[in-house]
Design a protein around this ligand. Structure first.
Ligand code: IMP
Ligand code: MG
Length: 176
């Protein structure tokens, strides 16, 4: 058990389970894009740890850049859409993979995907560490998923509760 602010969380996925899953996701990505010099676009803040591990599992030419697109406050998805900031690369004709920490309602990803597609990438795929299928509120195809989880609140491995708890090497779930 760990405590983050006023809440207790118990371990759900261990560091070794996460790393094992990342090795498999990297192999899937390599099979699809290993000869295409893909550009990874990691969504800050949450995806920074997952993106670092996923990128280091790639043994082929690839690039990474970071964007920000946040629609989440505290423990409820607000559904509020904010602007994409920080994209410093021309993605036209590039094979792009968005890297996200978690897809909950999917609204953040849906909107980001839409904005990136307007810039005519050669292809656009989505890799997320965790996915809550029961919370999904829009049609979204996820190409590489680390772990499917039920509709519960997670922290650790980049995921936060009001800004805290990102630094844990394992993924934790809110303990009732
Ligand atoms: P969505 O737009 O509802 O899919 O929300 C996506 C964003 O909400 C993620 O990028 C996270 O920042 C945040 N989020 C959603 N679920 C959780 C959770 O269980 N723990 C921590 N952050 C979460
Ligand atoms: Mg996020």
């Amino acid at each position: 058990m760990i405590q983050v602010l006023d809440k207790h969380f118990r371990k759900l996925f261990s560091e070794s389970e996460i790393q094992e899953r990342i090795t498999k996701m990297a192999a899937e990505i390599k099979a699809d894009l290993g000869d295409k010099s893909p550009l990874f676009i990691a969504v800050l803040n949450g995806a920074f740890i997952f993106a670092a591990d996923l990128m280091r599992a790639m043994d082929f030419p690839c690039e990474i850049t970071f964007v920000k697109q946040s629609s989440y406050q505290g423990m409820d998805s607000s559904g509020k859409i904010t602007q994409l900031i920080g994209l410093d690369r021309d993605i036209k004709d590039r094979h792009v993979v968005i890297i996200e920490d978690i897809v909950d309602s999917g609204l953040t990803m849906y909107h980001l995907r839409d904005q990136l597609l307007q810039q005519n990438p050669a292809s656009l795929r989505i890799a997320c560490c965790t996915f809550k299928p029961d919370a999904l509120k829009c049609p979204l195809k996820l190409d590489y998923v680390g772990f499917e989880v039920s509709n519960l609140f997670l922290v650790g491995y980049g995921l936060d509760y009001d800004g805290y708890g990102r630094q844990y090497k394992d993924i934790y779930v809110l303990a009732e």
